[in-house]
Design a protein around this ligand. Structure first.
Ligand code: ADP
Length: 257
């Protein structure tokens, strides 16, 4: 398969949509989600994320951050409202289009989610193998991804023998190996000590510098305070932009439109 096939695709239905590149990468419109009717998690959430942004996502535990990520990934569906990713409504994707969505979203979890007894390369290769990419190309792509995260030459080591910080780098390589348009990092520094957390943030910033949109979910105020990125707080079922470096206390007019 030609490598171009794995670049982010801008398609609506089966037709190329030249407008898609100029639209926001991600739009949540009045998204409502309740697991129990008396306790909605998302209550008409509006949020727009432009291509190339680096956004910190924060908020109290239980506010619905993971729910929001699962909706994005089409692991859950909205009760009402819509989510548009690259101009396409996630809730209306046909089953055969879900892989399009997932190859364009790389996810990094707090607990790395590596397979400990597999090598570094085997872990990073998984998303490419799921797509059916030929082995020769897989090797090239995995090598490039490991270089991006500073782990060149470490591919044959078993994942479990690496330090926590290195394992998270492997997880980042796996998240970017399909060249996604968006990387979602869900508390990626939660298991790392403070200096490694800052290094990890720098790695996501490097990835963002290559044009990838990054949503970095964290509770770590020290990270929010040291970098001048957009901060969105998820609380009470809505998303609110707050000034960077200040406590979340946005006025209603600052709600994300
Ligand atoms: P966060 O990631 O911000 O901590 P979650 O999205 O995990 O929040 O959860 C938001 C709320 O929804 C919590 O009250 C949680 O108990 C509830 N919740 C999450 N997933 C489910 C589910 N599958 N079934 C029922 N309730 C759920």
């Amino acid at each position: 398969m030609p490598s171009g096939t794995f670049r982010p695709l801008l398609r609506t239905g089966h037709r190329f949509d030249p407008e898609a590149a100029r639209k926001p990468l991600l739009i949540f419109e009045r998204v409502y989600k309740a697991y129990r009717p008396d306790a909605p998690v998302l209550r008409g959430l509006d949020l727009t994320i432009e291509r190339g942004e680096f956004v910190f996502f924060t908020g109290p535990s239980g506010a619905g951050k993971s729910t929001l990520l699962r909706l994005l990934y089409a692991a859950e569906s909205v009760d009402s409202g819509k989510i548009l990713f690259m101009g396409r409504e996630i809730g209306r994707l046909r089953p055969e289009s879900i892989p399009f969505l997932r190859r364009n979203i790389g996810i990094v979890f707090q607990d790395f989610k590596l397979i400990p007894n597999w090598s570094v390369s085997e872990n990073v290769a998984v998303p490419l193998q799921v797509l059916g990419m030929p082995e020769r190309l897989v090797r090239t792509r995995v090598g490039e991804a490991l270089e991006r995260v500073g782990l060149s030459g470490r591919g044959s080591e078993l994942a479990r023998t690496l330090s926590g910080g290195e394992q998270q780098r492997v997880a980042v390589a796996r998240a970017v190996v399909c060249e996604p348009a968006l990387v979602l990092a869900d508390e990626p520094t939660g298991n790392l000590d403070p200096q490694l957390a800052v290094d990890m943030l720098g790695l996501f910033e490097d990835i963002n510098d290559t044009g990838v949109t990054v949503v970095f979910a964290t509770h770590d105020r020290s990270l929010l305070d040291i970098r001048p990125h957009r901060v969105v707080v998820l609380d009470d079922g809505v998303a609110t932009d707050v000034p960077n470096g200040l406590a979340p206390c946005a006025a209603p007019e600052q709600r994300v439109a």
